[in-house]
Design a protein around this ligand. Structure first.
Ligand code: APR
Length: 274
């Protein structure tokens, strides 16, 4: 590494691999399957139109699993770095599990959640979003609305929080309070456009270091961010368990587990800064 590294703007992109050691299985490591269904069969608009109950069972399970998990050393290392170096780090995440936010009690590193959030739902008619951390179905797929506590205290006390006892249901599925139309998870499904792309574009353009953590680099547009950042002059670093397809655009590939390598890399930055 050359001395004189510009640390003025570090843009981090995270994927499912950063949450793997918290016990949340990644998409590709799980073989892309859930209960015999291809993930694409439960994470598309068509799937929701065809079988909304199946989709809500899938997302109820994901809410329950995320609530049972805890942030790990990698989530924490990012927050510590951001707290010690105010204004330097920005975080873009493809993850919907909320673990970045839960690692961040002081709110020093608000992530740009480009694929939405498990703890939000949205009206299929007008697009209004709500805080909603109910698992409408239990582990076995039985109808059993229960609070998962994925929403924090301030979200639970906000007017946008959905109290399930106030909700109307149709065929056991929740309806939006605004239009009384089906509520859907606030998740970017396959074939949908990710959220916050203009903001992400601005971040990529100002990145001096672009750090990709735990993402397989196969789902676009996120998979193209390394190339964009590199073309805009950033030094590109990738921490992942296995190689990813963007090898040609990666200046430094660090193979290993996120809980070990993220902290190591971030602490090395101080000594590399000439
Ligand atoms: N530390 C570092 N990397 C890890 C770890 C770990 N402990 N465990 C797994 N990985 C790596 C895997 O080797 C893999 O390359 O993390 C990557 C996870 O890849 P994916 O499962 O494809 O997850 P991700 O890249 O986030 O998927 C992108 O695809 O399914 C859609 O919308 C969904 O946001 C998701 C998107």
């Amino acid at each position: 590494m050359k001395p004189g590294l510009d640390l003025s703007s570090i843009v981090v992109l995270t994927g499912a691999g950063i949450s793997a050691e918290s016990g949340i299985s990644t998409f590709r490591d799980a073989g892309g399957l859930w209960e015999g269904h291809r993930i694409e069969e439960v994470a598309t608009v068509e799937a929701f139109e065809r079988d909304p109950m199946l989709v809500w069972k899938f997302y109820s399970r994901r809410r329950i699993n995320a609530a049972r998990a805890a942030p790990n050393l990698a989530h924490e290392a990012l927050v510590e770095f951001a707290a010690e170096n105010p204004g330097v780090m920005s975080l873009i995440t493809q993850n919907v599990d909320g673990l970045h936010q839960r690692a961040d009690g002081r709110e020093v590193l608000a992530p740009v959640c480009m694929h939405g959030s498990l703890h939000q739902s949205r009206c299929t008619h007008c697009g209004s979003t709500y805080f909603d951390d109910f698992s409408y179905f239990d582990d076995e797929g039985n109808y059993a609305p229960g609070q998962t506590n994925l929403c924090d205290l301030s979200q639970r006390s906000s007017p946008e929080y959905l109290h399930h006892y106030k909700l109307e249901y149709a065929k056991f599925l929740p309806l939006s309070p605004c239009c009384r139309r089906p509520l859907r998870p606030h998740i970017v499904w396959f074939g949908e456009t990710p959220l916050h792309l203009p903001r992400i574009d601005t971040l990529l353009k100002k990145a001096k270091i672009f750090l990709s953590i735990g993402t397989s680099g196969v789902v676009y547009p996120a998979a193209g961010f390394i190339q964009v950042a590199k073309a805009m002059g950033a030094r590109t670093v990738c921490i992942n368990k296995e190689e990813i397809p963007q090898a040609a655009d990666i200046d430094e590939f660090i193979q290993g587990s996120a809980t070990l390598k993220v902290r190591e890399f971030l602490s090395s930055l101080g000594s590399r800064n000439g």
